[in-house]
Structure formats: C-alpha cells, structure tokens
Design a protein around this ligand. Structure first.
Ligand SMILES: [Zn+2]
Length: 231
C-alpha cells in the first residue's frame, strides 16, 4: 500500500508516538524516503513535539518543587506558630501569676487571730531592742524587715528565729543594721511558720518590724519565678 502525503500527515503524530502498526510504519517510512515535503513536516513536528515535552517535564518538576517548597514552608510556619504560641502562653501565665502575686501582697489576707502572735501583714510594729524578743510574728509576704530610725546612729546584729515551736525557737537568719544600712530583710519565709526577732543593741534602741512588703512587678515576678523553680 502506498500512502499519499495526506495519509502520511495524518499518521505522523502516531508515528512520532510510536503507536503505528508495523505495516503502517514501514509504508510511512518508505514514503518519507521518497518525499522531502513529508520529511520536512516530520522534522518540524519532532522539533515542536520535543520542546513542549521538555517544557511539560520542566513544569512538572517545578510543580513538584513548588509543592515541596510549600510543604516545607507550611511546616516551618507551623513550628514557628507553635513556638510563638508556647512562648506567648508562658509569658501570659507568668504575667498573670505576677499580677496575682502583686494583688495578693497589696491585699493581704488575715487568716487568723492567733493569741500572742503579732500579724505583720495587718500592721507593722514599732518597738525597742529590749521588747522585740517578746513577740511572735506572722507574715504572709515571705518577708520580715527590721528597720532602725534614720536619725539614730548605732549598729546591731539582728537574729531571726523560727518560733513555730514557741518553747524551742531555732535561729534561722542573721542580719546587721548600722548607720549606713538602716534596714535588714529576711526573705523566703512562710505564712505557716511563726517567727521571732532579737536584737543585741542596748535596750532603748528603737526598731520597726514590718512584713517588708515591696509591691512592684519585678519583685513579684521574682517571687513567682522562685516559686516555679522551687527555691
Ligand atoms: Zn509526501
């Protein structure tokens, strides 16, 4: 069978895809040998065929890359969002606890009326070196502060006792006041314990005992962090 140029033109796409029968292929190749016009058509089709195929591959590749890129990007965004959320939650929690601590310190709860116990949370005590040792103190601010008047000039050792067992107080802290350092603070105390302060200065020396309340954001934040760390 001899193919005409029109038949060949119809078959060329199938020939290029290698989808012709062996007979058609042979007849087509025979025609091509004899017909420069169809050879030219074939060569043009090949060129135009190859380029789109390559383009198609390229675009397939780039779509795969693009999808991978998007996936990676999404994973990165996911991780970032998770991290930022975690940090935000931590910061908000810390801020809330800090504000709660400030509020607690500004509005101390007076839990009890305990016989013989002076509640420093309710009121500070002005006393003397001779008398201070007779008091048992309560604080729910974790602090006890001993202050000497600004206008006096003496120095003294201050001793803090755990007087939870009133008959047998234990020395737990030691401080010093003098003309340059009028205040001595004891911290990390507990509302569940009772305390006692003694002072070795001459009997008439005036002292103020307070719960050392310092209400500010940073000291409350430090309290909260100390509690979290378990100090
Ligand atoms: Zn031809």
């Amino acid at each position: 069978m001899r193919f005409t140029c029109n038949i060949v033109e119809d078959l060329l796409p199938l020939y290029l895809e290698d989808m012709c029968s062996e007979d058609s292929k042979a007849a087509l190749e025979k025609h091509l040998q004899e017909c420069p016009a169809c050879r030219e058509k074939l060569s043009r089709m090949r060129n135009s065929e190859i380029i789109p195929k390559m383009k198609k591959q390229e675009s397939n590749l780039s779509i795969t890359d693009y999808v991978k890129k998007i996936k990676r990007h999404r994973i990165r965004i996911g991780i970032s969002v998770a991290l930022i959320s975690a940090v935000t939650v931590c910061l908000l929690t810390l801020c809330s606890l800090t504000i709660f601590d400030m509020h607690r310190q500004a509005n101390p709860t007076i839990f009890f009326e305990e016989a013989g116990v002076y509640d420093l949370t309710a009121e500070e005590l002005e006393t003397t070196a001779a008398e201070v040792g007779e008091y048992i103190f309560y604080t729910n601010t974790q602090h006890i502060q001993v202050t000497i008047p600004q206008n006096v000039d003496y120095e003294s050792e201050i001793i803090l006792w755990d007087a939870t067992n009133r008959d047998d107080p234990t020395e737990i802290g030691y401080g010093h006041v003098d003309s340059g350092n009028k205040t001595c603070s004891f911290s990390s105390l507990s509302a569940h314990r009772r305390y006692k302060v003694t002072c070795d200065e001459e009997e008439k020396a005036a002292l103020t005992i307070s719960d050392g309340r310092i209400i500010n954001f940073w000291s409350s934040l430090r309290n909260v962090l100390e509690e979290i760390i378990g100090k």
